[in-house]
Design a protein around this ligand. Structure first.
Ligand code: CP
Ligand code: NVA
Length: 320
């Protein structure tokens, strides 16, 4: 019996399910054609209301490698961009596509899509969350730090704009994984209390822990990986001038990296702004794994799509 599942935010999967998807991601890393859940050109709609390089290429190539056909739709070339209701778009796409992947603005939009769609809906970044990115980031941790089973023993820190989509996703996904998660940003750029509470409630069930602080040094002390992201997310470009100032103490530089474990990794979802949120020395240095991280978008998302299709079909063979 199949079960329709979506990936709208990181806690749409539980601890065991996240591990299952990441283990599948490790298998796709080792063999690009480990599973081919789509037979023939079954279409998956991949919609962009915001720019993208990595998400666009990894979903396009990923769907093709899974045996499907990626139908990439840009806002400017679709009726969604002219105000067609999300629910109407969902009615149409769900009759044609085998999955809907969407990068958009408010989280409520992907939620609306998922309420109508009868195929899996995947959040490819909203203002609130970027769950596909964090699956890839955790796959990268598994790759370099002892496998999927070791994730729950890791400490991670995200430093910078702690109110953005990446920060929220690290809080939730890290809690699901059972990690020690620390998030640091300046006052005014800290996560919503509701998200912190959600993450704390999950961490209580997985053995993880959550710290939110304005002190970047406290956050990175002894961690296995430091993450950061742009100080100006898509849609916030008008705030560029006011956003530049408060984040300087949160720049990931050699001094901050030196407070983490000696073998700590550096990750950044990209695109990166060298000399702003991260120094060239760190992002292009020996502890940085950003290119593996970017590659892992492909493997992690193929795993996620295969897992969602497996769940929908009730086909256990696709889950591992
Ligand atoms: N990290 C990420 O999502 O990159 P793109 O915006 O290029 O897709
Ligand atoms: N926080 C960034 C992530 C880009 C992948 C943004 O939303 O623009």
């Amino acid at each position: 019996m199949g079960e329709l599942r979506h990936m709208l935010r990181d806690d749409d999967v539980n601890h065991e399910e996240q591990k299952q998807i990441l283990e599948l991601g490790m298998k796709f890393r080792a063999d690009r054609f480990y599973h081919r859940p789509f037979e023939g050109p079954q279409g998956v709609a991949v919609i962009f209301d915001k720019p993208s390089t990595r998400t666009r290429s990894s979903f396009s190539i990923g769907v093709a490698e899974l045996g499907g056909y990626p139908l990439v739709i840009d806002k400017s070339g679709s009726q969604l961009g002219r105000g067609e209701p999300v629910a109407d778009t969902a009615e149409v796409l769900t009759r044609m596509a085998y999955g809907i992947v969407w990068r958009t603005f408010e989280q409520s939009r992907v939620e609306q899509m998922a309420r109508v769609a009868t195929v899996p809906v995947v959040n490819a970044l909203t203002d609130e969350f970027h769950p596909c990115q964090v699956l890839a980031d955790f796959l990268t941790l598994a790759q370099f730090k002892g496998g999927v089973d070791n994730l729950e023993n890791l400490k991670i820190a995200y430093v910078g704009d702690a109110a953005n989509n990446m920060s929220n996703s690290y809080l939730l996904a890290g809690a699901v994984a059972g990690m020690d998660v620390r998030v640091a940003g300046p006052n005014g750029y800290l996560p919503d209390q509701k998200i912190v509470e959600d993450a704390q409630a999950i961490a209580e069930t997985t053995g993880g822990s959550i710290m939110v602080t304005v002190d970047p040094e406290q956050a990175v002390d002894g961690v296995d990986c430091i993450f950061t992201d742009t100080w100006v997310s898509m849609g916030e470009e008008a705030e560029y001038a006011i956003r530049s100032k408060p984040f300087w103490p949160y720049q990931v530089n050699e001094r901050l990296m030196g407070l983490a474990k000696p073998d700590a990794l550096f990750q950044h979802c990209l695109p990166a702004y060298r000399g702003k949120e991260v120094t060239t020395g760190v992002i292009d240095g020996p502890q940085s794994v950003v290119w593996d991280e970017a590659e892992n978008r492909l493997h992690a998302q193929k795993a996620l799509l295969t897992w969602l299709i497996g769940k929908q079909r009730g086909d256990e063979s696709l889950l591992s």
